[in-house]
Design a protein around this ligand. Structure first.
Ligand SMILES: O=c1ccn([C@@H]2O[C@H](COP(=O)(O)OP(=O)(O)O[C@H]3O[C@H](CO)[C@@H](O)[C@H](O)[C@H]3O)[C@@H](O)[C@H]2O)c(=O)[nH]1
Ligand SMILES: [Mn+2]
Length: 479
């Protein structure tokens, strides 16, 4: 009996332990939201038992807030102007610290006892809940300078005190790389020497292009990779994807390695199968919403039926970042996750793969793959090895249906960062000629709106207002 009590007590502790831990990511604009969505979906696909939190900034559109709320337990708006004055001043003098300071907001999530931060450009390949056994600050070595950790994946303990110290450090010392990684490395400066348990294995933060520089190691260890990180300037959402071939467009430009292409394909498959349908579902709901029914977000991601959203799309009756689900939300309007989530669909269709051991494509990067009538990628060879078994082989390229039909597929496999996002396009199964690119249709601002944002200090330093973009415009003008 005593044992039973102990057991019950143990279960209670265990359950509460899970709910006060979270995976956290950040998206300051609609582009990075695409990455956050795929990341969130990949965590769901691998059945994480922890909460999912996404930090956003005011630039994120209302549509993306709604979509994020379908996948994440909390969509929390953070605003740099909330920072203490001295930080704000430092920030104004060094605009590049903007995104850096935003990432630091994760330390303010003190309703969680422990969190794992994942960059929005990471993709989870298997369950990584075991990371919560680690302590602050655990991270994997940076591939460029292994005495530094990469700040795309790290375990941390939310604490307002630590947050304050980090901001103070930013104000006093800035960052040696102008961003969060330099700052965090100089703040947690003993990482490289003090405690080997804080060194996460590289498989928890595998750069998508590392195989390029150390192929034998990739061949040896790549099959156990758990998190892939698309670090660098070319992000998955900058590519175009052909759903017929299940591949990003590759016209042999040679700038992207075989391994990288496979990771990109995997990211896009998750996007195509699970994220685009969310856009469609939300578009459908908007169309069918009864007059007067406004969908807006609370921090808990539940629509509130009876209140109008504020300008930023949040419920008027909830403060941005509020943790509580909206009280006036009717039961029936709860978000479909998890009951109608694509994950469930994938589990059903998975069974329809005829070959024994067939796996869903989102869980693997092997090839060759064939598409079944149920629309699921099955691996006819069903190799016993994990998802990367074949990454070092030559990829079997599917017949380029687009080319066969003389399609307009002559673009090289190159990122087009400035290409606007068109994630609202028709997500229904595309025909053979259709290639998907994410375009920023949802975010086309009028010149007046852009000017207003500038004047309010809401500048997208890493996005459309980045120096490189402005320079491009100047160059175009001068030409
Ligand atoms: O405009 C931006 C830029 C970045 N982020 C967020 O910040 C993260 C880091 O930016 P990212 O473009 O992913 O940087 P990396 O290419 O990964 O470059 C490295 O350098 C960055 C700056 O130090 C670190 O944050 C990264 O973890 C590190 O991998 C992103 O994943 C997002 O979560 C945004 O939300 N909006
Ligand atoms: Mn990154």
């Amino acid at each position: 009996m005593g044992q039973k009590h102990e057991m019950v007590g143990h279960v209670i502790v265990l359950v509460s332990g899970l709910s006060d831990q979270a995976f956290v990511t950040l998206a300051t604009n609609d582009m990075y939201c695409q990455g956050a969505l795929v990341l969130g979906q990949s965590l769901r696909n691998h059945r994480t038992t922890r909460k999912l939190v996404v930090l956003i900034t005011p630039q994120v559109s209302r549509l993306l807030r709604v979509i994020l709320s379908r996948l994440f337990d909390e969509v929390i708006e953070v605003d740099l102007t909330d920072s203490a004055d001295y930080i704000h001043l430092a920030f104004l003098k060094r605009p590049e610290l903007g995104v850096t300071l935003t990432k630091l907001h994760c330390w303010t999530l003190t309703h969680y006892s422990k969190c794992v931060f994942l960059d929005a450009d990471t993709l989870v390949l298997s369950n990584v809940d075991e990371l919560f056994a680690r302590t602050e600050l655990s991270a994997a070595p940076d591939p460029g300078w292994p005495d530094c950790f990469n700040s795309g994946v790290f375990v941390f303990r939310p604490s307002l005190e630590t947050h304050g110290l980090l901001l103070q450090h930013a104000a006093d010392h800035g960052s040696f790389d102008g961003a969060d990684q330099g700052l965090l490395n100089s703040f947690f400066s003993s990482w490289s020497t003090a405690d080997i348990h804080k060194h996460l294995p590289f498989i928890y933060n595998l750069s998508s292009n590392t195989a390029y520089t150390y192929s034998p190691a990739f061949k040896q260890f790549g099959s156990s990779a758990k998190v892939v990180h698309f670090l660098g300037s070319a992000k998955p959402w900058n590519y175009k994807y052909n759903p017929q071939t299940g591949s990003v467009l590759d016209q042999g430009s040679g700038s992207v390695s075989q391994h990288q292409t496979s990771f990109l394909n995997l990211w896009w498959r998750v996007y195509h199968r699970s994220i685009l349908p969310l856009y469609e579902r939300i578009g459908h709901e908007e169309v069918h919403a009864s007059p007067g029914h406004t969908t807006c977000l609370t921090g808990g991601g539940v629509p509130c039926a009876n209140s109008a959203p504020t300008a930023d799309g949040m419920c008027a009756d909830s403060t941005p970042g509020a943790r509580e689900p909206c009280a006036n939300s009717p039961e029936g309007s709860r978000q479909p996750w998890p009951a109608e989530d694509p994950l469930e669909r994938t589990m059903v269709v998975e069974e329809s793969c005829a070959s024994p051991g067939a796996r869903h494509s989102e869980d693997m990067i092997g090839w060759p793959e064939t598409e079944t009538s149920a629309g699921v990628m099955c691996d006819p060879l069903s190799p016993a090895s994990p998802q990367f078994a074949d990454l070092t082989e030559t990829q079997t390229s599917s017949p380029p249906a687009d080319k066969a039909e003389g399609g307009p597929r002559e673009e090289p496999l190159e990122a087009s960062p400035e290409r606007p996002v068109d994630a609202t396009r028709d997500p229904s199964p595309p025909d053979a000629l259709e290639v998907i690119s994410i375009e920023e249709k949802v975010k086309v601002l009028s010149p007046e709106e852009q000017r207003r944002k500038w004047e309010e200090g809401r500048i997208d330093y890493m996005g459309k207002d980045a120096f490189a973009r402005i320079q491009e415009k100047l160059d175009r003008f001068l030409q």
